[in-house]
Design a protein around this ligand. Structure first.
Ligand code: 13P
Length: 281
């Protein structure tokens, strides 16, 4: 059943677990999340990225909303990393109830103004907003430590930002990166603890692909209620089709669609168990 992200995250926060938010591209992705969520009796979030929305448009939004609504477990649909106010308005009008209003490339005050405007808009529609203070990127591993530090979430700034923008959830940057971690991931848990001391709203950690179980648990203990996952599921999807392409297979396409869905379902179900959301629906 379609539920709000706020409701899902508040329940997770209260009971010390986290919800997986899975970036999806198509029907197979939606089925994989629904199948995993139902099999694990877990709540879940379907996420869509702006460039995927540019491609799939309203038909894809309809697929995701209906997948969530017809699921036997609570699920929400969330727009990830959007800096485009027109897209945010369109998405909110279409029935998606939460967005990441991403002004993180902007200087602090401009990020604040953009996020505050989007939050006011979302709240008038009964929707909620995630914001990002600091900047998560996929190329941070190539930077010097000093540059990397400068992009991490500052706890005091985060407090001011949340109070002034009125956002509902905050994505933190504590050494997490989108995509592949080169070497052991290094998360700054002292920083996360300081952010937690300043804020009571649910915290979000992007770049959950590749994080080991102990770091996932420590993040949950320090207030993370939502983990964003893309790369590991996408990798499994692409791996299936790569292997398919290397064989002379004349298999039915629908059988392949079913098989790739189960392959993604396995990865997603494992994340649900890792995040502690299995059994919480
Ligand atoms: P990964 O691709 O590292 O799982 O990160 C996904 C993400 O954070 C999307 O916002």
């Amino acid at each position: 059943m379609l539920t709000s992200t706020k409701e899902l995250l508040e329940a997770a926060q209260k009971d010390s677990y986290a919800i997986g938010a899975f970036n999806l591209y198509n029907l197979e992705g939606a089925k994989a999340v629904v199948d995993a969520a139902e099999a694990e009796n877990s709540p879940a979030i379907i996420q869509i990225l702006p460039h995927v929305l540019d491609y799939g448009g309203s038909p894809l939004i309809a697929v995701f909303l209906e997948a969530a609504n017809s699921a036997k477990v609570p699920m929400s649909v969330h727009l990830d990393h959007c800096d485009d106010d027109t897209m945010i308005k369109t998405v909110l009008d279409s029935g998606i109830q939460s967005v990441l209003a991403d002004g993180s490339t902007l200087p602090f005050q401009e990020n604040l103004a953009f996020t505050r405007e989007m939050t006011e808009l979302a709240h008038t529609k009964g929707a909620t907003v995630e914001a990002e203070v600091g900047r998560i990127s996929g190329t941070e591993d190539g930077m010097t430590v000093a540059e990397k530090e400068a992009k991490m979430t500052d706890p005091e700034e985060a407090k001011e930002f949340v109070a002034e923008a009125g956002v509902d959830f905050l994505a933190v940057t504590i050494g997490n990166v989108h995509g592949k971690y080169h070497g052991e991931p290094k998360l700054d848990f002292d920083r996360l603890a300081k952010i937690r001391q300043q804020l009571e709203i649910p915290l979000v950690l992007h770049g959950a692909s590749g994080l080991p179980a102990n770091m996932i648990q420590q993040s949950i203990d320090l207030g993370v209620c939502k983990f964003n996952v893309n790369s590991e599921v996408r990798k499994r999807y692409l791996q299936f089709w790569r292997e398919y392409g290397q064989t002379e297979s004349k298999r039915d396409l629908l059988d392949c669609q079913k098989e790739v869905t189960s392959a993604m379902q396995e990865v997603i179900a494992e994340k649900m168990r890792l995040f502690g959301s299995a059994g919480k629906a």
